[in-house]
Structures are given as structure tokens and as C-alpha cells.
Write a protein that binds this ligand. Sequence first.
Ligand code: TLP
Length: 349
Amino acid sequence: MISLIDLRSDTVTKPTDVMRRAAFEAEVGDDVYGEDPNVNALEQEAAHMLGKEDALFVTSGTQGNQIAALVHCQPGQEVILEADSHIFLYEGAGISALAGVQPRTIKGERGAMNPSDVEAAIRGDDIHFPETGMIAIENTHNKAGGAVVPLSNMWTIHQLAKAYDIKVHLDGARLFNAAVAAGEPVSAFAGYTDTVQFCLSKGLGAPAGSIIAGSADFIKQARKWRKRLGGGMRQAGILAAPARVALRDHVTRLADDHRLARQLATGLDQMTGLSVTNQVDTNIIMVDVSESGLSNEDWINGLKERGIQVGAMGPGVLRFVTHLDIHEDDIELTVVPAIRQLLSANGGL
Ligand code: TLP
């Protein structure tokens, strides 16, 4: 079977041989009893990297974000979050369905909410109003094209939140991309939030799972919620062992994904009919194809015929994501020529 060059997401990476060996050889135990050595080690290592008291291995980024809302909020409260955030757009209204809260969205600038907009959205003490239960920040911001939300923005929002006694949660699905791009440790970002979720199964390349981290008391409650949600995974060391490899070996290499993304973005932006709409901080490129004369479906199907998979991120917008399994040759020898070919076959370029 010929494998396609898959640029739909960084979730599509396959475990490396080192990861597969780690999974194969992993010593395991029942994690619901707290007895899986690899899960315990992964949680400790992640908490240490983030500078948090404790951490918990959860099934997915979505589960981590939902647990944050479940622990921080009471039903009937409100969560302040960015209007294009993953929690608002892509988690099946989970915070409403599960935690019983309503979202209060704020349109950000490259994913960053203006702190004065956040402050204006915090509810006063009034019998009519829901209380603000949590503020969520997303970094990197997916829909804003992998934009790094500046540390200074996070600091200001965190200070504000502390003054109002509101918890801040970081959806750091791609936190390591943000940290590598900013040249800062992940703990710098995590330091400006009460709780943080990061995905092991995106750019880091692990097969599945996320980490949620915070105070010891938060993790105690999170562990109970994870069990309630059916996320107690028993011999999860099979997944935690390759995730430990990801944290050990795949952090600094994220800079390669960012370099390749910039390289691809430059190539795409030079083609008539295409325009890259985001500043490429990390591994995501958003391309406006509406002037190309081809629909999203034409692009997705046409590229698939040429051995490439991409995804749509809205009308006339395609998303290209670089990751562990994408190499310079893929971009230069296959992706860029295929896009040129598709454009010229349809009278463009
Ligand atoms: N994002 C996926 C899709 O769901 C859109 C992707 O391909 O980018 N937060 C952010 C910022 C995310 O981008 C994602 C996944 C999640 C949370 C959820 O993680 P999972 O898929 O592990 O539940």
C-alpha cells in the first residue's frame, strides 16, 4: 500500500520504532489502582516539566479540557474563552453537556484575547448573572493557524483572574510547539495558568493520550472525574511508555516541523490563486483557496489523487500541518509540485 503524505493534522503520526519497542517492553500494572509504573513515571515527568504539583494521564485533549471545566466550575456558571477556540468549536459543546456551564466567547487577535475584553466579560454579583467559573486560553491557537499566544498576554489574564478569584485553564494541545517557537520552557506558559492540558498525540508523536496538570488537590478531583468519564485505562503503560519516549526525544525536533511549515508556506504563497492567511509561528498553515477556481472538495480530492491529504478549516480554507512523519523531500518533491500541477491542470498559476 502506498502511504499518502498526510498533512491533515499532527494527530496522524505513527509511533516510531523506538516507541513501539518501548510499548512492547513496557512493565505495566493497573493504573486505576495507581500501579502502572510507566503511567506514574509519565505523570511525574510531565508535572516536573510543567512546574506543577501533579499530573494525570488522560485519554485525549478533549477529555483533559472537559475535566478542567468539571473541576473548576459548578453547573450554571460561565466559561470565558476565545471565539475560535477548540473547546468552543470542536468539543461537542462538552462543557455545557457535561459541566453544565455556558460559554462566553471573546474574539481574539491571533488567538490572544484582549485582557480588557476578558475583564469586561467577568460577571458582577447580580442575581440575574451566571458566575464566571473559568477562563480558558488556547496555546498554540489552532484556528489562528498555530499562533503562539504571547506569555505577556497570558500573564496579564492570569493576574486579572487571580484578582477575581477565577481559575485559568490552558488548552495547550500544542503547548510544546508554542514553547519551542518562543524559546521558552513549557513551565513558563504553565506558570501563568492554574491548570494545563497538553496532547502527547499531536506534534510529540505519541499514539494516544494527553496530560492534565495542576495542584495536587486539582489532580485528586480530576482523577475522580476521569474515572466517572470512563477514562480509567488499567494497563495504560502500553501507551505511557511511548509517550515518555515522545517527551524525551521529540520536543526539540518540533523546530524542524516549524521550519518545514514556513518553507511550505512560502512556496504556497507564491502561487497565483493561493494565499497563506496566517503568520506561520509553528506547524500549521492556513491557505485561502477561494481565488483558485477550485472548491475545497476539488482540492482535497485532487491532492489525494496525487498522494497528499489535507483538510478543510472553513469555507475556502485548507489546513496543512507538518509533523514527525513529514520530511523535507515530501514537501519539495511531492507536495509543492502536486499543488502546482493541480493549479495548472485547472488553468491556474
Ligand atoms: N485538534 C484536532 C481536531 O479536533 C480539530 C486537530 O486536528 O487539530 N485542543 C486543541 C487546540 C486541539 O487542536 C485539539 C485537537 C484538542 C484540544 C483535542 O484533542 P483530542 O483530539 O486529543 O481530543
